[in-house]
Design a protein around this ligand. Structure first.
Ligand code: ADP
Ligand code: MG
Length: 258
């Protein structure tokens, strides 16, 4: 797969309230994500991360504002066509259990043309799985392998943009770390734009170019990992960083004692 030139994603004053609700799930988020960048959306549960992410592929329609991909408003595109061209990976990816791995990966390209065995092998190789996995059933795979297949399926439509919602959240820490690193490599090699939701600040610090902290529907902090770690980081960002900091301090203390 050649380099894809991931597009810019622009959120223009996006707000979303559910059921005419009193509180806003997303409250006037206004920012642009540069093409080719890897951005993490971080924040407590319920802070609006998933809602904001889903406005990009129209799984959620904003109450106000608009989203543009490469300068083009998503509202002008049919949701099914958008979803064919934007990769989407979420926790417990939900492979179709009665279809082989190859059929699961092929389901997206089949909409626009038939996927060759060679192409499926290429996609499996991209996510670090052997070609003979194509004949396996999802139930015969580990959680990490299933998520890899999910990433392969998301890449099958050759998207320039990947939306990831806690993609590795259900995996053990070691697998999670491996997959995160492997995915970051893919992002760079393919020239993707990636927006990844995670509640884990450590994961965001290690993987992303830029971190957006959400709280009560608003983007309350925005910066590079280095900026997040600096003393100037705001209260919300500092609170999220306190956890990995404390863990690191404890490990250091244990190492010294060992
Ligand atoms: P996060 O991904 O940061 O955990 P969400 O975007 O899922 O947050 O949710 C933000 C807020 O919107 C929460 O208060 C949540 O309860 C509410 N919410 C999310 N999805 C729906 C929905 N489909 N219907 C009603 N409320 C929702
Ligand atoms: Mg969520």
């Amino acid at each position: 797969m050649e380099k894809l030139n991931g597009p810019e994603v622009r959120f223009e004053e996006i707000s979303k309230s559910y059921d005419g609700g009193l509180s806003l799930a997303v409250d006037t988020v206004d920012l642009a994500i540069a093409g080719g960048s890897f951005v993490a959306l971080v924040g407590e549960s319920g802070s609006g991360k998933s809602t904001l992410l889903k406005t990009v592929n129209r799984l959620v329609e904003p109450t106000a504002g608009r989203v543009l991909i490469g300068g083009d408003p998503v509202a002008g595109h049919r949701p099914d066509s958008l979803r064919r061209h934007i990769g989407y990976v979420f926790q417990n990816i939900g492979l179709f259990p009665h279809m082989t791995v190859g059929e699961n990966i092929g389901i997206i390209p089949r909409l626009s043309g038939q996927p060759s065995g060679e192409r499926i092998a290429e996609l499996l190789d991209l996510v670090g799985l052997p070609a003979d996995f194509t004949h396996r059933m999802p139930g015969e795979l580990s959680g990490g392998e299933q998520q890899r297949v999910g990433v392969a399926r998301a890449l099958a439509g050759e998207p320039g943009l990947m939306l990831m919602d806690e993609p590795f959240g259900a995996l053990d820490p070691v697998t999670r770390d491996q997959l995160g690193e492997a995915y970051r490599g893919l992002h760079d090699r393919l020239g993707l734009t990636t927006i990844m939701v995670t509640h884990d600040m450590a994961e965001a610090l290690l993987l992303a170019d830029r971190i957006l902290v959400m709280s009560a529907g608003r983007a309350v902090a925005d910066g590079t990992p280095e900026q997040m770690l600096s003393d100037a980081a705001n209260e919300e960002a500092s609170a999220l960083i306190a956890v990995p900091r404390r863990q690191m301090a404890k490990l250091r203390a244990l190492e010294k004692g060992a």
